[in-house]
Structure formats: structure tokens, C-alpha cells
Design a protein around this ligand. Structure first.
Ligand code: ANZ
Length: 842
């Protein structure tokens, strides 16, 4: 048999698959549909990464198996090709992003085809193709028409190096996700998408999908609903009212000051005496990142609003007001009632600014038996009733008051620590004393005319980018009509050609310089108007691409209703953990919106979501071009073959865990394939022995189950064990070998097809998934002859998978055999599994 020549074989089969459109999926098929999706790549200049190979091979294994099981499997690919790297490269070299994108996608396509992944190439999409982004723009316009896209002056995250606005999701630890530069806050007019309008549904509907836990938890924490109340405070001698958001309305009686965020719009309306001091503070606050502002280790800063007081609606007390940057402008209402006895930040602030601390919730109800003002220590004089036990002290209110007085006279507070952040029983709260925190929240909110609300951490999506390489936002501004949508008939708004890619120093989009493009006419009144020059973020095109795959060449709609019904929802989506709060959330939002306007048939885009662990360099660091520790799939395919690379990446470790790369181990799996290759020489039409048959059924079951559970590493080890077993046989039964090839095909398709051809196995047989017989999973017993010095002296019943020790032990117990063995000294004992036991005695 000729040696295993991976190059020849892989080329041959890839060509055949290409010529026969082997993976082109038929929309009209009556087989059950299955839609498998991987995150379409950003075609970077670095080419394919071994991480891509891990994700795509895994779903390719699933795709090939499910096709073999009779499903109509859609497994598409495309390019998420807008974005900064191509643009930054253009700035550096002058090469237009369109050209680099074309080069990069060509290279990616070649590399992927060399891996033998069964993508349906006829459905390839490219987000930078006008025929595609026409629909990205169109969907944006639907959002605009429904009031979900709006332009507003807002503080945005600004990366001074990339000169670009960043979404909150793109800021990691206060720095730009891409370049690590500390992010600044700038006030800018920005297009926003009102994703917060969908916050509750995005949160609740996670219950209806099968996502890995980390992805669900990540989204839940990101959306983060918080139940609380909005309570209005009036300002003394003024008609201005300040609404605060609190999750602890039960502590209202303990609110001893009010704090506004530096961004709070009402600051301008208050007649504050110390305006200069205030203005200086606000300016400083703007320079700080949110991380700095919310860092609890840092000392709290703030400025009192001199000359204004707020009125606590619970007790009518006048309380001081401050501006402090630990209160954020965009969360809740941007204003808080500060309760220093029950909130840590307020407590730290109150201590620094000398504001009274008033305890209004207690964990313990401590009741005096004797006198309150003893100096002998309180412990001896109080009886402690736990918070959860029923309250039976009639004089609770009096006692609480007395305790407070004592505290103010300099004793440790007898009702508990001065900072107590858990819920408890109300004290010092007038008619609400004795209620639990939970009860009091509702009652106090009602009593002061507040309202119960849910606030979310999730914020609206900053959608505009002042860059070049993105979809133009298809809007026109007219003095008379304001923002007007470009009519559908004029879509797409084509990204104009230019050689100037650099954004302006103030961050205006490069498109702003192109007068001819900018100046247009208003679609409504026909008067002079200007185009919006901001473009969309990279997340736009990826928010709906999975829908386009259903009907990628449709010129009249982003996809036809019928094909959307045919393919929705995506059955299984695999992608990076890092996309949980960005892409995954954004696309769920667009999908729900499209559902609401009747354009998609399901409420959720993806039924199941998994994630692959990162592949790290051999030393455990992240692989990166700059560190020079990347491995190129091209080199590996060249040297070992695509099948070896695929097999290795499936074998490398548990699929969802990070793993270290090790090129030496690729050699190991390559050797395994060579053994499988050689095995064919021994294949004959012999009858299968019991042990092999059992193994075969067990292996089919194991691999079938493990592929669906993405346990790819144990799939490979099961293949190895099974083939090792076959290698131990003198002749390999063809049925057992066919099963091996069928099971191997999804992971190592090229060699499997070649070997199948070698034993004249019909293509169709190889592409069929083997079925196990549950009755044959248990090892069967076989009758095995026992020889002593070459003569059969008896037989024993052995389990098909009996070990040598078990077999020999059983044989020695056989009376006749034992007698023959006793005649001399045993020098050798061998068990040939499933066949014979041999003793040699002298
Ligand atoms: C009074 C109070 C008393 C509060 C107390 C807490 C404890 P979560 O759970 O994260 O939603 N808060 C409200 N808006 C804020 C803003 N814009 N910036 C900073 N802090 C803000 O937190 C809600 C609590 O955080 C609110 O409840 C408010 O402080 C504060 F013993 O009100 B609380």
C-alpha cells in the first residue's frame, strides 16, 4: 500500500467537494432542517488563527454527523469585514480598505478551503458589499422610523489614540479595548439605539434559550435589572424638584443629604452660591473614567451646593445637597438620596463632609431592662431579640428614640453598628417603625407619592462612529424637516471613495470633508440638506447576518419570509465568550425588533449557544502576531495535513476550556492517522468476533453522544482506542472498519474518503452515520479453547472484553487444564483475545 500522502489526498477531495457542490444546501429539501452557525470572521491581514480552526472544525464535525444522520444542514460562512484594522492600515499605508479586505477575504477563503470545512460557499456574505449593507441600512431605518434610533448630546467614551467613539462594551477597565489607551469622556452628538427599551425582554427571554451558563450569566449581569423606587425631593424655596432612584426606600428617614451627579441637567437651574467651585469640580469629574469614579478604595470627593437645601419628603427635614462624582449621570435618575447609616459610599462621604448619620434600620432590636444611660457598657443592659423573631415590645419606638439620643451623646449605638447595609427592622422612622425593610419599601414609597420602577445597568447603544470604513448612516439633515430617512429606493447609500481616511482632530468623520457627497437634497421638501457623515459600528453588520444566510442573494428584501421560516431559528451557534455582552446582545435586540415589526418568525435568533476556550501559546500567553508566538494553519496543513490539524484541535482538551498549543502533539495525531491508513491492508470480509462487535457498538454510541455534547477530545480518544483494537486483530473485519471510517469522517474527512474508496465503499455508505444496537453494548461471552503444549485440553466461557489475567485465571481453574499444568513447570501463558489461551509447561 502506498504511503499516506496527505497533500495529494486532501487536494483531491477538496476539489471533488468543490466540483460537486457537496455542501450546498437545498432550500427545498424535505429533510428536517438544521442551522449551524459560527461567528463569521473579521478577515484580518494576519490570516486564519488556530482559534478559528477550533471553533469551525467542532461545528463542522457536528454538521457532517447530522448530515449523515439525514438532516438538511445549513452551515454557512461570510465576512464581518468593516472595522478599524483595515482602516488603520489604510491610514498607515494609503492602501484602500476595499483592497485589503479583498486580499484578506481571498486569503481566508483559500485557507478555510484547505481545511476541508463543509461550509456552503454559495451563501457567502460580506458586510462591506453594498448589496449586503443596503439591508443593514434598511434595518437601521426601520429602527429610526420607530423612534429607536435617536441623536442626542451625550458623554461618550473617546479613545484619543484611535480617535473614535467607543461603546461601553468596548471599554475594558477604563481603556480602549483595541489599543489599551485610557478612555476619555467627551460630550458629543451621537446616534444612539434604544436597546434599553428591550432590556426586560432581553433579560427574561434568556429563560427560553439554551446558552452555556457563562453566556447567560454574562448577559444577565450586563443588563442587570434593579428594582427600586423613584422618589421626588423638593428644593426649599424653589419650584425645582429632584427625583432620585433608590433600591432602599425603607431608609428614606435616614436620608440626611442629597447628591447629584456632575452631569445632572438640573444643576444649571439651581441658584447655588459657590458656582465657581462647582464649575471647577464638574470639569475635573469629566476627566475621570467611570472606573475611577466608582472605585470604592478612592476617597470620595464632592462639593456642597451652598445656599440650597432639599426637603426630605418623609419627615420634612431640610437636608444639604452635594455634587459628587460617585453618582453617575446615566444610571437611575443621576441623583441619589444619601443614607450614610446604611450605604457604604454615603457613609464614607458623610464622614468626610461631616453630615449626620442616622440609623433607621436595625439588625437587632435591643431593648433595655434597666436604664439606657448607664456608662457600664450596653451589653449588660440590653436584651437582644433577633430581627427575624416576632416583635412584642410595645415601647419599641420610645426605646429606639432613646437609643438614638444616647448615640448622639457619644456612646456606641446600642441598636447595632453605625453602618449597617442589610435589610432589617425599621427604627427612627415614625409610623413605619417595626416594619421589615421589604414591607417598608412599598409603604414608604406610597406614602411619599413615589413610584416603584425597575432600572437597568444596560444603557442605550452608542451607534455612530466618526470613521470611514463602515456603513454610512442613511439619514439626511434638513433645516426644515430635521433628520429624514433616505428613501428605500435610494438605498444603499454607498460609502464614497476617498484617499483621506484620517478622522479630523476633533473626531469628525473623514466623510465630513467630502462636500460633494455631503451636500444633497432633502427627500421630504427637496431643499438643500446634508448627509449624516457618521458611519455605523462594526457591530451593525453582524447583528443580522445569520438572517441573510437564509436568502443571501435576495434583492427585494433582507430575506424572504418563506426562507426565514424555513431556516429560523439558528439551532446552534458557537463563538467567543468575549462576544456575550456585545454581539450576542446586540443581535438579540435587532432580532426582537424585527420580530416586533413582523419580519422574522421567532422571538430569539439562536436556540443554543456554546463557546470554545482560547488556544494559548505553548508558554500560556495569548497568541499574537506582535509576540511572534502564533502558529500558522498554513504551515501545519502543509506539513501534517488538514486532517491532522483538525484532529489535533479536537483532541487538544475539553472544548470549552483554554488550552496550550503544542506542535509536537500534532505529530502524535498524525501517527494515529498513519496507523489507520495501514490498517486497510488487513481488511477482509471476515466475520466479526464478539469482542470487536461489542467494541464497535460501544464506540458508535460513545462518539455519537460525545459529538452532540461537543466533547470532541473524547471523540478522538474513542477513535484511537477503537482503531488500536482493530490493529491488534490479524485481519480486520470490513464491517468494523467501515464503522471506523464513518466515525472518523466528521473529524478527518479527507483520509476517511480516500480509505473508503480504497475498499470500494460506496460514497453514500461512508456518508451515513452508523447506528448502534443497544443489545450489543454489553460484552458478550465467547467459548475459548485452552491449549497446553499445543493440544486443546478444555474450553472456558469468557467475556468478550476479558483481560489476559481474567482469561488465564479462569483457564487455570479448569479441572483438566489444571491437571495438565500440574505435570510440569509453567514457562509461558498467552491469551489471544477472543481466540485462544495457550500454556507451555516443561
Ligand atoms: C438610598 C440607599 C440607601 C441606597 C441604602 C442604597 C443603600 P443598584 O443596586 O446598583 O441599582 N444610586 C442610584 N443611582 C445612582 C447613580 N446614578 N450613581 C451612583 N449610585 C446610584 O444600586 C442602587 C442604589 O445605588 C440606589 O439606592 C442609590 O443608593 C444608588 F442604604 O438609595 B440607594
Amino acid at each position: 500500500m502506498e504511503p499516506y500522502d496527505h497533500k495529494k489526498i486532501e487536494q483531491k477531495w477538496q476539489q471533488r467537494w468543490e466540483e460537486s457542490n457537496a455542501f450546498r444546501v437545498d432550500d427545498a429539501s424535505d429533510k428536517p432542517k438544521e442551522y449551524l452557525l459560527i461567528e463569521f470572521p473579521y478577515p484580518s491581514g494576519d490570516g486564519l488563527h488556530v482559534g478559528h480552526v477550533r471553533s469551525w472544525t467542532a461545528l463542522d464535525v457536528v454538521a457532517r454527523k447530522h448530515r449523515a444522520q439525514g438532516k438538511n444542514v445549513l452551515y454557512p460562512i461570510g465576512w464581518d469585514a468593516f472595522g478599524l484594522p483595515a482602516e488603520n492600515y489604510a491610514i498607515k499605508t494609503g492602501v484602500h480598505p476595499k483592497i485589503t479586505t479583498k486580499q484578506n477575504t481571498d486569503n481566508f477563503r483559500r485557507q478555510i478551503k484547505n481545511l476541508g470545512i463543509s461550509f456552503d460557499w454559495s451563501r457567502e456574505v460580506d458586510t462591506t458589499d453594498p448589496a449586503y449593507y443596503k439591508w443593514t441600512q434598511w434595518i437601521f431605518l426601520q429602527l429610526f422610523k420607530k423612534g429607536l434610533a435617536y441623536k442626542t448630546k451625550t458623554f461618550i467614551n473617546w479613545c484619543p489614540k484611535d480617535k473614535v467613539t467607543l461603546a461601553n462594551e468596548e471599554v475594558v477597565d477604563g481603556a480602549c479595548e483595541r489599543c489599551g489607551t485610557p478612555v476619555e469622556k467627551r460630550e458629543k452628538e451621537q446616534w444612539m439605539l434604544a436597546i434599553t427599551k428591550y432590556a426586560q425582554r432581553l433579560y427574561d427571554d434568556l429563560d427560553t434559550v439554551d446558552y452555556i451558563t457563562a453566556a447567560k450569566v454574562g448577559q444577565r449581569n450586563w443588563i442587570a435589572p434593579s428594582e427600586g423606587a423613584e422618589i421626588e425631593f423638593t428644593i426649599a424655596n424653589s419650584s425645582t424638584k429632584i427625583v432620585v432612584f433608590t433600591t432602599r426606600a425603607d431608609t428614606l428617614f435616614g436620608a440626611t443629604f442629597l447628591v447629584l451627579a456632575p452631569e445632572h441637567p438640573l444643576l444649571k437651574e439651581l441658584s447655588v452660591e459657590n458656582t465657581d467651585e462647582l464649575a471647577a469640580y464638574i470639569l475635573e469629574a469629566k476627566k475621570k473614567t467611570e472606573i475611577e469614579r466608582t472605585n470604592d478604595e478612592k476617597e470620595k470627593t464632592g462639593v456642597e451646593l451652598k445656599g440650597v437645601k432639599a426637603i426630605n419628603p418623609a419627615n420634612g427635614e431640610e437636608i444639604p445637597m452635594f455634587v459628587a462624582d460617585y453618582v453617575l449621570g446615566h444610571y437611575g435618575t443621576g441623583a441619589i438620596m444619601a443614607v450614610p447609616a446604611h450605604d457604604e459610599r454615603d457613609n464614607a462621604f458623610a464622614k468626610k463632609f461631616n453630615v449626620p448619620v442616622k440609623l433607621v434600620v436595625s439588625s437587632r432590636i435591643q431593648v433595655t431592662r434597666t436604664k439606657l444611660d448607664t456608662t457600664e457598657g450596653y451589653d449588660a443592659t440590653y436584651q437582644v431579640a433577633e430581627y427575624s423573631s416576632p416583635l412584642n415590645e410595645k415601647n419599641l419606638q420610645d426605646l429606639a428614640k432613646a437609643a438614638q439620643e444616647n448615640y448622639e451623646n457619644g456612646f456606641e449605638h446600642p441598636l447595632g453598628p453605625t453602618l449597617y447595609t442589610n435589610p432589617g427592622i425599621l427604627i427612627n422612622s415614625g409610623q413605619f417603625d417595626g416594619l421589615t425593610s421589604e414591607e417598608a419599601k412599598k409603604k414608604i414609597t406610597e406614602a411619599v407619592g413615589g413610584k416603584i420602577v425597575t432600572t437597568f445597568k444596560l444603557r442605550d447603544w452608542v451607534f455612530g462612529r466618526q470613521r470611514y470604513w463602515g456603513e454610512p448612516i442613511p439619514l439626511v439633515h434638513c433645516e426644515k424637516d430635521g433628520w429624514v430617512a433616505v428613501p428605500d429606493s435610494q438605498l444603499p447609500v454607498i460609502l464614497p471613495e476617498t484617499d483621506i481616511f484620517l478622522p479630523g482632530t476633533e473626531g469628525e468623520s473623514p466623510l465630513a470633508n467630502m462636500d460633494e457627497w455631503v451636500n444633497t437634497t432633502c427627500p421630504t421638501c427637496g431643499g438643500a440638506a446634508k448627509r449624516e457623515t457618521d458611519v455605523m459600528p462594526q457591530w451593525a453588520g453582524s447583528s443580522w447576518y445569520y438572517l441573510r444566510y437564509a436568502d443571501p442573494r435576495n434583492a427585494d428584501a433582507f430575506a424572504s419570509e418563506q426562507l426565514l421560516r424555513q431556516w429560523s431559528p439558528v439551532n446552534w451557534y458557537n463563538g467567543g465568550m468575549e462576544h456575550t455582552t456585545l454581539h450576542l446582545l446586540y443581535s438579540r435586540f435587532w432580532h426582537k425588533f424585527l420580530y416586533d415589526i413582523g419580519l422574522v418568525p421567532t422571538t430569539e435568533p439562536y436556540m443554543k449557544r456554546t463557546s470554545h476556550g482560547l488556544i494559548l501559546a505553548e508558554d500560556g500567553s495569548k497568541m499574537s502576531k506582535s509576540k511572534g508566538n502564533t502558529v500558522s494553519p498554513d504551515t501545519l496543513v502543509e506539513q501534517f495535513g488538514a486532517d491532522s490539524l483538525r484532529l489535533y484541535e479536537m483532541f487538544i482538551g475539553p472544548f470549552d476550556q483554554p488550552v496550550l498549543w503544542n506542535t509536537n502533539s500534532v505529530v502524535g495525531v498524525r501517527r494515529f492517522l498513519e496507523r489507520v491508513w495501514k490498517l486497510r491492508e488487513n481488511v477482509t470480509e471476515v466475520h466479526m468476533d464478539g469482542a470487536t462487535e461489542t467494541r464497535m457498538h460501544q464506540t458508535i454510541k460513545k462518539i455519537s453522544d460525545d459529538i452532540d455534547a461537543l466533547k470532541m477530545n473524547t471523540v478522538v480518544s474513542a477513535l484511537m482506542m477503537y482503531s488500536n483494537h482493530l490493529a491488534e486483530l490479524k485481519t480486520v473485519p470490513k464491517t468494523a472498519y467501515v464503522a471506523l471510517l464513518q466515525l472518523l469522517t466528521p473529524v478527518a474527512p479527507h483520509i476517511s474518503h480516500e480509505l473508503a474508496e480504497g475498499i470500494e465503499l460506496e460514497h453514500a455508505a461512508l456518508e451515513k452515520w452508523p447506528v448502534y444496537d443497544p443489545a450489543k453494548l454489553q460484552a458478550e461471552t465467547a467459548t475459548i479453547a485452552v491449549q497446553v503444549n499445543g493440544k486443546v485440553r478444555g474450553t472456558v466461557e469468557l467475556a468478550a472484553d476479558a483481560t489476559e489475567d481474567e482469561a488465564l485465571g479462569k483457564a487455570r481453574e479448569h479441572t483438566d487444564v489444571a491437571a495438565w499444568l500440574a505435570k510440569g513447570r509453567e514457562v509461558k501463558a498467552v491469551y489471544v483475545p477472543g481466540r485462544i489461551i495457550n500454556f507451555v509447561v516443561e
